[in-house]
Design a protein. Structure first.
Length: 164
């Protein structure tokens, strides 16, 4: 390698360091647009529970599972029991608690902690079906596709207290 090649490489390296530090906040310029594009894609993938993310049939299955596995604590009307610290699954209490969180958050919380006497004892489909029933009980409209079991998909569906 000649001294001209070394000088050219050093100048190029210095220019890259300066460019990435000044313009890319430590990220090479060719990558700086990548994060923006990924952020835009994630934002466009964001959905709301109000977009019809479960089916009527799924909610019906969920109601049956709820009756067998959840009703004894949360009540037939899903109102919970404040005395026993059992949260309501309907209306303002539920929607305020879960507002701006995702269905993934809800799914994982329910799967990890319910039923109280035997957490994690239902299969993933049963948990998704119960969540569909809870959405229906909160007057959130159904749609054409069942609520997914894929947590990446559930992570893109936001619980909005009110329809946007």
């Amino acid at each position: 390698m000649t001294s001209d090649d070394t000088g050219t490489r050093l100048a190029a390296a210095a220019a890259l360091v300066i460019a990435t530090t000044v313009f890319g906040v430590g990220v090479p310029l060719w990558q700086s647009g990548l994060a923006e594009a990924q952020g835009a894609k994630a934002e466009s993938a964001r959905r709301s529970v109000w977009d019809g993310v479960y089916t009527e049939a799924q909610a019906k299955r969920g109601e049956n599972t709820y009756t067998r596995s959840c009703e004894s604590c949360h009540g037939a009307d899903l109102s919970g029991n404040p005395v026993d610290e059992v949260p309501s699954l309907v209306w303002d209490a539920f929607l305020t608690q879960w507002n701006d969180r995702t269905l993934k958050d809800l799914f994982e919380s329910v799967k990890r902690s319910m039923p109280r006497d035997n957490p994690g004892s239902l299969n993933a489909r049963a948990y998704a079906d119960v969540i569909a029933y809870v959405l229906q009980a909160n007057k959130i409209p159904s749609g054409a596709k069942e609520l997914s079991l894929n947590t990446d998909v559930l992570g893109q569906i936001v619980i909005d207290r009110k329809k946007q």
